[in-house]
Design a protein around this ligand. Structure first.
Ligand SMILES: Cc1cc2nc3c(=O)[nH]c(=O)nc-3n(C[C@H](O)[C@H](O)[C@H](O)COP(=O)(O)OP(=O)(O)OC[C@H]3O[C@@H](n4cnc5c(N)ncnc54)[C@H](O)[C@@H]3O)c2cc1C
Ligand SMILES: *[C@@H]1O[C@H](CO)[C@@H](O)[C@H](O)[C@H]1NC(C)=O
Ligand SMILES: *[C@@H]1O[C@H](CO)[C@@H](O)[C@H](O)[C@H]1NC(C)=O
Ligand SMILES: *[C@@H]1O[C@H](CO)[C@@H](O)[C@H](O)[C@H]1NC(C)=O
Ligand SMILES: *[C@@H]1O[C@H](CO)[C@@H](O)[C@H](O)[C@H]1NC(C)=O
Length: 468
C-alpha cells in the first residue's frame, strides 16, 4: 500500500469513529507531541522515517481521539468505565515496523505492552492493566488474503471474524473457515487453532519469526489461547476447509427422523443456503441479508457480561437438569446459559496436539452471562447468583481439574503469581497440567524476563526448569 492510501485510510478511520470535530481541532489533536508520556512517543518517532505520518498513529490521553479509540473495540462493556485503567499511549500501526518499534521503545522506557485485535476479551486484558502500559491496537491491520488454489488465507489480527468469512465468500462458495475459536463446524473440523498452518510473529527481542524460524515448540505454544504470553502476532495463515456450494437438506431430514423424531422437522421449515448465508443466520440475521453486514462492526451489539465456562463430560441426570432449571428461574432474567456440543472430529485430536486439551470426549461448554457487574446492589446480587450457580454445577461438570475455556478468560479462577502450585490451579483448568508445564518451559526460553504478561498469562518461575 502506498503512503497516500494509508493516510487516507487512517483519516477515514478517524472520521468513522462516529463523533464530529472541526477540521481545525482535528489538526491540533493529531499533534501528539503535546501532553505526557513524551519519552515513549519521542522514542517511537525518532525511529520513524516519516514523523508526520507516524505521529498520526500515536495517541496520548491529551488527544481527543484517545478515548474513542480505546472504547471503539471494547466488545464487553463491563470494562467501559471511567475507573478502568487505561493505556499511557495507544499505537495503531499500519505496518509491521511500527509494531517492532513500539515493542522496543516500550521495553526501553519501562512500559508494559498490551495487544488488542478484536477486543472481545472478557476481562479486558487486551486494553487495561494496573501498570503503565502501551496498547497496540491492530484496527488498521486487518488485511485478509485468500488463496483459493491453495485453500489457505493470511489474516492480519485486526480482521474481525465476520470480515474473514466475508472475504472468503467473495472469492468462493466452496471454502470456509472451519474453526473460529470454536465455531459452527467444530464437530466436523475442530477449532481455529487446529487450522493454523503458519504465522508472522514478533518475539520479545523484536525479531520477526515464522513457523520455520520459531520452531515447532513455540508454534505449538501459541495455538492454545495464550499467544499474548509469548509475543505479538502480525498475521496467521489458516487452512480453509472444503464445503458444498449449498448446504442442502437431503441428508439432514432422514438423520433428524432417525435421531430426533420428536422434533418433527419437515422440509417446509428448512432452507438451502450457502455457507456465508448460514453464518448470517447463525449470527441472527435473515439469510437474505447482504453479507457485507459481516464487515460492519457497528451492526453487532456489544455485550455486558461476566462469563464462566465449564465442560460437561458425562450426561447431566434429569434431577440435575431440574435443579439447574430451578436455579435459572430464581434469576432476574439476566442470565443466559449456552451449551455447545463438542465431540465428533474433536474426539480424534490428542489432548496435547495443541495446548487446548478439551478435544477428547467433551460434550458441552456452558457460558453464563450476567448483564451487569459493578458494585450496585443489583450487580452484587447477580454476582452472588452467578457464584452460587457455579457451585450448583460442581457435581455435573468436569473435575480434577474442573476445566474452563481460556478464551472465556475468568480472573475469578486466580491470577498470576510467583508460585507454580498456585498458578497451576488455573493453568490446569485451562490447559491441563502437561500442556501447562510445557507452555511454562517454552515461556522460560522465549521470554525469560516475562515481558509479555497479563493477569492470566503463562509465567516464568524461579523453580528449576527440569522440575517442570
Ligand atoms: C460477543 C462474544 C462472542 C464470542 N463468541 C465466541 C465463539 O463463538 N467462539 C469462541 O471460541 N469464542 C467466542 N468468544 C470469545 C473469544 O474467542 C475471545 O474473547 C477471544 O480472545 C477474542 O479475541 P479478540 O482478538 O477479539 O480479543 P482481544 O481482546 O483483542 O484479545 C484477546 C487476547 O489476545 C491477545 N492478543 C490480541 N491480539 C494479539 C496479537 N496480535 N498478538 C498477540 N496477542 C494478541 C490480547 O492481548 C488478549 O490477551 C466470544 C466473545 C464475545 C465477547
Ligand atoms: C509522510 O507522510 C505524509 C502524510 O501521510 C505524506 O504526505 C508525505 O508524503 C510522507 N513523506 C514521505 C517523505 O514519505
Ligand atoms: C500455493 O502456495 C505456494 C506457496 O505460497 C505458491 O508458491 C503457489 O503459487 C500457490 N499455488 C497456487 C496454485 O496458487
Ligand atoms: C453499520 O451498521 C450500523 C448499525 O446497524 C448502521 O447504522 C450503519 O449504517 C452500517 N454501516 C454501513 C457502512 O453499512
Ligand atoms: C509439571 O510440573 C510440576 C512442577 O515441577 C511437577 O510436579 C509435575 O509432575 C509436572 N506434571 C506433568 C504432567 O508434567
Amino acid at each position: 500500500m502506498k503512503m497516500s492510501q494509508l493516510s487516507t485510510s487512517v483519516f477515514l478511520l478517524l472520521l468513522t469513529l462516529s463523533f464530529s470535530v472541526s477540521l481545525a481541532s482535528l489538526s491540533s489533536i493529531l499533534d501528539v507531541t503535546l501532553g505526557s508520556f513524551q519519552d515513549i512517543v519521542d522514542c517511537i518517532l525518532s525511529k520513524s522515517d516519516n514523523v508526520t505520518f507516524t505521529s498520526q498513529l500515536i495517541f496520548t490521553p491529551a488527544n481527543a481521539f484517545f478515548l474513542p479509540i480505546w472504547e471503539f473495540r471494547i466488545m464487553d462493556t463491563r470494562s467501559l468505565r471511567p475507573s478502568t485503567p487505561k493505556p499511557s499511549v495507544i499505537v495503531t500501526p499500519v505496518e509491521e515496523t511500527l509494531v517492532q518499534t513500539t515493542l522496543l521503545c516500550a521495553k526501553k522506557h519501562g512500559y508494559e505492552l498490551r495487544m488488542r485485535s478484536g477486543g472481545h476479551d472478557f476481562e479486558g486484558v487486551s486494553y487495561s492493566a494496573y501498570v503503565p502500559f502501551v496498547m497496540i491496537d491492530f484496527m488498521n491491520m486487518g488485511a485478509i488474503d485468500v488463496d483459493v488454489a491453495n485453500s489457505t488465507a493470511w489474516v492480519q489480527p485486526g480482521a474481525a471474524l465476520g470480515a474473514v468469512y466475508y472475504a472468503i465468500s467473495q472469492k468462493t462458495d466452496t471454502l470456509y473457515l472451519g474453526g473460529a475459536g470454536y465455531g459452527n463446524l467444530l464437530r466436523k473440523y475442530g477449532t481455529a487453532g487446529d487450522h493454523v498452518v503458519d504465522v508472522r510473529f514478533i518475539d520479545v527481542n523484536g525479531n520477526i519469526l515464522d513457523r520455520q524460524s520459531m520452531g515447532e515448540d513455540l508454534f505449538w505454544a501459541i495455538r492454545g489461547g495464550s499467544v499474548s504470553s509469548f509475543g505479538i502476532v502480525l498475521a496467521w495463515k489458516i487452512s480453509l476447509v472444503v464445503v458444498p456450494e449449498k448446504r442442502t437438506i437431503d441428508t439432514l431430514l432422514p438423520l433428524m427422523d432417525e435421531k430426533f423424531l420428536e422434533l418433527g422437522v419437515t422440509v417446509n421449515i428448512c432452507e438451502e443456503m450457502t455457507s456465508i448465508q448460514s453464518t448470517l443466520v447463525s449470527w441472527g440475521f435473515p439469510s437474505s441479508t447482504p453479507p457485507e453486514i459481516l464487515t460492519n462492526r457497528s451492526a453487532f451489539a456489544k455485550v455486558n457480561s461476566k462469563v464462566k465456562s465449564d465442560y460437561v463430560r458425562q450426561p447431566i441426570p434429569i434431577s440435575g437438569i431440574r435443579q439447574i432449571w430451578k436455579k435459572l428461574l430464581q434469576n432476574d432474567n439476566s442470565a443466559l446459559v449456552v451449551t455447545n456440543a463438542f465431540g465428533g472430529r474433536m474426539a480424534e485430536y490428542s489432548e496435547t496436539e495443541i495446548p487446548y486439551p478439551i478435544e477428547l470426549g467433551c460434550l458441552q461448554g456452558c457460558i453464563f452471562y450476567d448483564q451487569a457487574y459493578d458494585t450496585t446492589p443489583i450487580s452484587l446480587r447477580r454476582r452472588a447468583w452467578l457464584l452460587s450457580f457455579d457451585d450448583l454445577l460442581t457435581p455435573y461438570v468436569s473435575s480434577n481439574p474442573r476445566e474452563a475455556y481460556i478464551n472465556y478468560i475468568d480472573v475469578d479462577l486466580g491470577v498470576a503469581n510467583d508460585f507454580f502450585e498456585q498458578a497451576s490451579v488455573w493453568g490446569d483448568r485451562y490447559w491441563k497440567r502437561e500442556n501447562f508445564n510445557k507452555s511454562v518451559r517454552i515461556k522460560a526460553k522465549v521470554d525469560p524476563e516475562n515481558f509479555f504478561s497479563h493477569p492470566q498469562s503463562i509465567l516464568v518461575f524461579s523453580t528449576s526448569l527440569s522440575d517442570i
